[in-house]
Structure formats: C-alpha cells, structure tokens
Design a protein around this ligand. Structure first.
Ligand code: PRP
Ligand code: URA
Length: 208
C-alpha cells in the first residue's frame, strides 16, 4: 500500500478551516467536498486516456478521453456522504456503492447496518470515501466487504488519518492505496484523532 499525503497550499489551507471549532456546518460541508475534489485529482492521476479525432470548431481535432475505466465511489455512512459531491463533480459517471457502518462507542469496532453495491464490482475501481481514518476498523471492514464481492482494485480517500489506523490498514491490505490531506499525531483514549476534526459525521450533518 502506498499512502499519498496530498501536500498543496490549497489543501493545507482548507484542512485548517475544517480544524477550527468555529467553522459552521455549511462551511464544513462545502470545504470537505472541496478537499475531496483535490484528493480525487491525485487519486486519478494514473487513469489512462485514448486519443480520438472529433469535429472541432476549426475542423477535425485530436482529443483525449479516459478509456475503459469503470468506477464506483463507496461512501461509508454517514460521514463519507460528505465527500461524495466533490468526487462526483470530477467523475460524474461513477456508480455509487453505499456501505453503512458505525463505530460502537465502547469497543470502537465497526458495526455494519446497510450495504448496497454497484453491479460488476470485479470490473470496477472502488474509491472508498470517509473523512476520518482513526483506528482503521471501519476502513478494514469496508475493504474486506469489497473483496468478498470480488473487487480487487480499491483505493481510499480520507481527509485526516491517525498513524495507528494507517499502520493497521497497511498491514492488513497492502494493495490498497490511501490518499489523504493529513496524517495527524495520535488517537486519544476514546479513539478520536488528535488534533483531528472532531466528530466529522456530526459536523457534516449538524447533529450532536
Ligand atoms: C466515523 C468516521 C469513520 C469511523 C472512523 O464514523 O466517519 O467511519 O468513525 O473510525 P475508525 O477508523 O476507528 O473505524 P462514525 O462511526 O462516527 O459514524 P458516522 O459516520 O455515522 O458519524
Ligand atoms: N470519527 C470521527 O468522526 N472523528 C475521529 O476523530 C475519529 C473517528
């Protein structure tokens, strides 16, 4: 597995806005999607294109189009929904596969409550979306679910990661690449990322 920390002034600036306690729900939502758009830009760098001749305004012109890529985005409910628009703006043709998981607050283990995947998972690149990679349990459970459905081409977009969770995912699934805006310091005793963003689901949905 490779971990790509997307190091760009726009990303660093926007993550700073997300870290502020004073950031409103609507701004948290829009900036999360903006960072997701910047992460997907990096994550799709390896996409192949093929050349076509089309009719342009001044006659035939050679263009490039992305070739043969079937993509599904996989938001992990709930907070992963908060990255979806930013990614779909860039890949509007992607199918959406939904995985519902929540973390049991005592054990920190992921609990599955809803799954609806796209068809032909064996032929698709699956791009998992979740703002937070903390203990890594939710991401590992999602990767295992996708692999049980024969998906072999998987990457993950996470706004902020904890080093402890990254190491666990890396050990369990070395074939899965992770694109992130920040690797933070540590997890606290409640499994929250420090300094982190707080509870990303609550901040995106305006709940508490
Ligand atoms: C959060 C977050 C991840 C998970 C990360 O979800 O969005 O899915 O925790 O933690 P982990 O790496 O330790 O598994 P949460 O369970 O709070 O659910 P929500 O998205 O419904 O708010
Ligand atoms: N889930 C969150 O939303 N934030 C964390 O810091 C850890 C898990």
């Amino acid at each position: 597995m490779a971990v790509y920390v997307v190091d760009h002034p726009l990303v660093r600036h926007k993550i700073g806005i997300l870290r502020m306690e004073s950031t409103s729900t609507s701004e948290f939502r829009s900036v999360s999607n903006e960072v997701a758009g910047l992460l997907i830009y990096e994550a799709t760098k390896g996409f192949r294109t093929e050349k076509h001749i089309v009719q342009g305004w001044a006659g035939p012109v050679e263009i490039e189009a992305i070739s043969g890529k079937k993509v599904t985005v996989v938001p992990i409910l709930r907070a992963g929904i908060g990255l979806m628009d930013g990614v779909l703006d860039m890949i509007p043709g992607a199918k959406i596969s939904v995985v519902g998981l929540y973390r049991n607050e005592e054990t920190l283990q992921p609990v599955e409550y809803y799954v609806k995947l796209a068809s032909d998972m064996d032929q698709r690149l699956a791009i998992i979306l979740d703002p937070m990679l903390a203990t890594g349990g939710s991401l590992i459970a999602t990767i295992e679910l996708l692999k049980r459905h024969d998906c072999r081409n998987i990457c993950s977009l996470n706004l902020v990661c904890a080093p402890e969770g990254l190491a666990k995912v890396q050990a369990a699934h070395p074939d899965v690449d992770i694109y992130t805006a920040a690797i933070d310091d540590h997890l606290n005793e409640d499994g929250y990322i420090i300094p982190g963003l707080g509870d990303a689901g609550d901040r995106i949905f305006g709940t508490k």
